[in-house]
Design a protein around this ligand. Structure first.
Ligand SMILES: NC(=O)c1ccc[n+]([C@@H]2O[C@H](COP(=O)([O-])OP(=O)(O)OC[C@H]3O[C@@H](n4cnc5c(N)ncnc54)[C@H](O)[C@@H]3O)[C@@H](O)[C@H]2O)c1
Ligand SMILES: N[C@@H](CCO)C(=O)O
Ligand code: NA
Length: 436
């Protein structure tokens, strides 16, 4: 049988990794797919660029129509990133009856509802395993492997760049900016790294995970998003003293009155497996009523790990070329007419334990004032750490761990503590997750 002809849009880190994996493992891949897979055109905007992955010159084009309008190309792989023109190219490919594989979580999270509807109408597949947690086959695991479960929650480290930066800061005392530059050099970061460090990329991925876990439409606008830019080395060190690691995570969890969707740094007890996931590695806990707790671990970014996921999707698509579209696995795991609008909670209604740090004057009664505010609001304290003053300083750092408290309550406590005359500067707040 003739090889399946594939067009590649974008030839950067992921595009290069995809070509490398497809080329090196061509024989094995053909044995799995039932047909050979051949990349016949590659769209790039910088054709002269030297690349780790050399390809024949005739493959390269700067004209997207060479792929989108070529009727012999059955599968389009999008590894350009960004919303436009990626969205228009994907919709054009779908309109021409081509199947699509994409690594673009920003696009799926924000325009996926439209893209999947177009794909269904045209009877083609849009596959996106590479979009979440790079090389970890988490989409397939939740959508197929755990399809018998009522999923209770999905939580994990889903941005390799943030995890790499936090690991470098903790282990080597590396400055934030230096660690970010290293992550960019290694090909982990988004073209605009603001998406990584401000939590937006993790929110894109959480949006996709929540949809396939709970059968809700993609709801990026409802994710609570915080990044790691404001984290200070002192908090990482104090957390360690209290027996915790600081990680940037996404949580999508069913609670009694709705669904929590949130991305932010957390303290995790250092003995938990997930607290020991370092560098570019990602890990996702999925809890289902039948299976219990599962943990998926692996490289969350990088050329070949992400290429591994892209190639698996291409193979999946090739296998379905002859399948009746009605019989395929639904894009978002649930049948499109069976998606529900579960209420997504505002952050004020979320309950977590908290870490607070403030600078307070070193005189009697100040600590009592702080703890009285917490007691008045019904917030109980798990631990207090008061550090000696730095030489020459008039204030001392006070660190508190609370038991579980509603966000609205802790916001009120922070406001009252900040108003004390003996407390100076910004009060730092991090949430704590035990993942017990
Ligand atoms: N880097 C990773 O580890 C990783 C992992 C998973 C998913 N992703 C996603 O994969 C996609 C690509 O990421 P990357 O890291 O490979 O980025 P990259 O910047 O290394 O590569 C993108 C390539 O696409 C090209 N491109 C962009 N717009 C184009 C246009 N209009 N016309 C022609 N070429 C164009 C760029 O020139 C570049 O060569 C993004 O959606 C990203 O979120 C990346
Ligand atoms: N920039 C992303 C790439 C993988 O999705 C990350 O660092 O996790
Ligand atoms: Na994946």
């Amino acid at each position: 049988m003739k090889a399946v002809r594939v067009g590649l849009l974008g030839f950067g880190v992921v595009g290069g990794g995809t070509v490398a994996v497809l080329t090196r493992n061509a024989h094995e891949i053909a044995r799995r797919a039932g047909r050979g897979i051949e990349i016949v055109k590659i769209l790039t905007r910088d054709p002269g660029k030297r690349r780790a992955q050399a390809v024949p010159e005739g493959l390269i084009t700067t004209d997207a129509a060479m792929i989108l309008d070529d009727p012999t190309i059955e599968v389009v792989v999008e590894t350009m990133g960004g919303i436009e023109p990626a969205r228009s190219y994907i919709l054009a490919a779908i309109a021409k009856g081509k199947h699509v594989v994409t690594a673009n979580k920003a696009l799926i999270a924000t325009a996926g509802n439209e893209i999947f509807a177009a794909a269904r109408a045209r009877g083609v597949v849009v596959a996106f395993e590479a979009a979440v947690a790079g090389g970890i086959p988490i989409i397939k695991a939740i959508r197929e492997g755990l399809a018998g479960n009522r999923i209770r929650g999905v939580a994990g480290i889903i941005n390799g760049t943030c995890n790499y930066i936090l690991t470098e800061m903790r282990e080597h005392g590396t400055e934030f900016a230096t660690a970010l530059a290293q992550a960019q050099e290694l090909g982990y970061a988004e073209a605009d790294p603001h998406f990584d460090v401000d939590g937006i990329d993790a929110a894109h991925k959480l949006t996709i995970l929540a949809a396939i876990a709970f059968g809700i439409p993609l709801a990026f606008a409802q994710v609570h998003i915080e990044g790691i830019r404001d984290l200070e080395s002192a908090d990482i060190a104090y957390a360690a003293e209290l027996g915790y690691r600081v990680k940037h995570i996404g949580i999508a969890r069913r609670v009694s009155d709705g669904i929590e969707l949130r991305v932010h740094p957390v303290l995790i007890p250092h003995k938990r497996l997930i607290a020991n996931v370092d560098g570019v590695m990602n890990a996702i806990l999925v809890s289902g009523d039948a299976v219990g707790s599962t943990l998926f671990y692996g490289p969350g970014a990088g050329a070949e790990p992400t290429g591994s996921a892209v190639v698996a999707d291409i193979i999946d698509v090739v296998r379905t070329l002859t399948t009746d579209p009605e019989l395929r696995v639904p894009h978002l795991a649930f049948q499109p007419d069976a998606l529900s609008d579960g209420p997504i909670l505002g952050m004020a209604d979320v309950t977590t334990a908290c870490y607070l740090r403030c600078e307070a004057e070193d005189r009697p009664g100040v600590l009592a004032d702080i703890t009285r505010i917490l007691a008045d609001l019904g917030i109980s304290i798990e631990a207090i750490l008061q550090k000696p003053p730095e030489p020459g300083a008039h204030t001392v750092p006070v660190i508190l761990l609370t038991h579980g408290v509603r966000e609205a309550q802790i916001d009120e406590a922070i406001a009252r503590i900040a108003a004390l005359s003996a407390v100076t500067g910004k009060i730092r707040r991090l949430r704590v997750e035990s993942f017990a």
